[in-house]
Design a binder for this molecule. Structure first.
Ligand code: BGP
Length: 477
């Protein structure tokens, strides 16, 4: 047993996203969204960055895995497995396109609303608290094609209608909400977050930050609505957080790392927690010729729509060097930087840094002084089924043990940490690669990159390990 003290009521659980688990991509009148339409991460970017979106949507363009893991039909079985592990919380997203198939309709799609009624009721049947992401990289494709994604101010109105609809519908079933998944990721993954990408790197700043402004206003509107519609609810922002290390003690590299941390890690969080643009953005806007179009009440809305907690994903740290690094980060490191020689990497080249999680928790809590919630953290790895049918994912247990220890240390450092929903509590489609072989789950799903498989669920060794962690509130790691 260890000495870490996790708070009573700590929200142990797991995290998922609609587009990566549900399937049923066109069932129940659901519309198409950016995330599930095109094969793999790279293919999706290439096609969507061609001017004028000159592609047709053909059946063979869908993920070979467009049924994902078929949570749409198997949610009762999966939720029973989460309950067997003792989950206190389950992070899920609501697919915007199940509620408004094209995104710009006036009336919602009742069949979509009823699906999430059933899922939320099933979670409560097992005493599991839903933690709902309003938009998890799942923008309706029609809003991308017809309006240009978040560049278009009209999308704020469409999002407000969507958020009000689900907040009202599920006000008695969901206490914990968050607005946009990894809202800051658009700087490295524009399609997922903002629903568009710009061909030439140097042209991207103005449209990206105007789109960010629209999304941040939309987030604040949803936060205000949540507080009005659901008294006692807690709604957070959600940031992809990666602490930035300077390459060495050269002050130029230390300053470069600080500026990278400000724009990537803090810009969106500052607006959503403090309710205003941070002053360091004034210089950034000037240096990148960004003139935001800010409507009359926008700044007041930002001020009123501040969040109750900071949700964030943690996978890795980032090491930055002012001059273009000789050796760039391992290609799997989707947020860039240079290779950190002190860190091992995963099967997909993501650096493994549990101390970085303790650093992240201290930095975020020092800055915001409101509860933190780790809503994504996990190890994507190749898993192997042994002769006897067992899956001995000791590498995943080791990864999670070290990161949970880092959480325990941070709590002793004085951090107010409210929960941990590890990423990919069940195997699913990888967001960045469209692959199945990149497995995160405590539960194996028999599904493969070529689309084959029985969809059978198999408990891995980590399933039983995590069950004990939750049962002992983190004492038994
Ligand atoms: C985060 C996304 C998740 C999930 C995770 C793992 O950025 O919020 O949806 O996909 O990354 O990434 P991947 O699935 O590419 O391994």
């Amino acid at each position: 047993m260890n000495t870490y003290k996790f708070p009573e009521g700590f929200l142990w659980g797991g995290a998922t996203a609609a587009n990566q688990i549900e399937g049923g991509f066109n069932e129940g009148n659901k519309g198409l969204n950016v995330a599930v339409v095109l094969p793999g991460g790279k293919a999706r970017y290439d096609i969507l960055t061609k001017p004028g979106f000159d592609f047709e949507i053909k059946p063979d363009q869908y993920y070979p895995n467009h049924e994902a893991i078929d949570f749409y039909h198997r949610y009762k079985e999966d939720i029973a497995l989460f309950a067997e592990m003792g989950f206190k919380a389950f992070r899920m997203s609501i697919a915007w396109t199940r509620i408004f198939p094209n995104g710009d309709e006036i009336e919602p799609n009742e069949e979509g609303l009823q699906f999430y009624d059933r899922v939320l009721d099933e979670l409560h049947k097992h005493g599991i608290e839903p933690v709902v992401t309003i938009s998890h990289y799942e923008m309706p494709l029609h809003l991308v094609m017809e309006y240009g994604g978040w560049r278009n101010r009209k999308v704020v109105t469409f999002f407000e209608r969507y958020a009000n609809t689900i907040l009202t519908r599920y006000k008695d079933k969901v206490k914990y909400w968050m607005t946009f998944n990894e809202i800051n990721s658009a700087l490295v993954m524009p399609i997922n977050g903002l629903g568009f990408s710009i061909e030439k790197e140097e042209d991207r700043y103005q449209p990206t930050f105007q789109a960010y402004h629209h999304q941040l206003v939309a987030s604040a509107i949803a936060v205000k609505a949540c507080h009005e519609i659901i008294p006692g609810s807690e709604i957070g922002c959600m940031i992809l957080f990666a602490p930035v290390y300077p390459f060495d003690s050269n002050p130029d590299n230390v300053l470069h790392a600080l500026k990278e941390e400000q724009i990537f890690n803090y810009f969106c969080g500052d607006v959503q927690v403090r309710g205003e643009y941070p002053s360091f953005m004034n210089r950034y806007f000037k240096e990148h010729n960004i003139q935001l179009e800010i409507e009359e009440n926008d700044l007041e809305v930002l001020k009123e729509g501040t969040v109750d907690y900071v949700g964030f994903s943690y996978y890795m740290s980032r090491t930055e060097k002012k001059e273009k690094a000789a050796e760039d980060a391992s290609e799997g490191n989707i947020i860039g930087g240079v290779r950190n020689p002190f860190l091992e990497v995963s099967d997909w080249g993501w650096e493994i840094d549990p101390v970085g999680l303790r650093i992240s928790l201290n930095k975020l809590y020092d800055r915001y002084q409101i509860p933190l919630f780790i809503v994504e953290n996990g190890l994507g790895a190749y898993d192997k089924i042994e002769e006897d049918g067992s899956i001995n994912d000791d590498y995943r247990i080791g990864y999670l043990q070290e990161h949970i220890k880092a959480m325990g240390e941070a709590i002793e450092d004085g951090v107010d940490l409210m929960g941990y929903t590890s990423w990919g509590c069940i195997d699913m489609v990888s967001m960045s690669t469209g692959e199945f072989s990149k497995r995160y789950g405590y539960i194996y799903v028999d599904k493969h990159d070529d689309g084959s498989g029985t969809l059978e669920r198999i408990k891995k060794k980590s399933f039983f390990w995590y069950k004990d962690v939750i049962k002992t509130n983190g004492k038994k790691l």
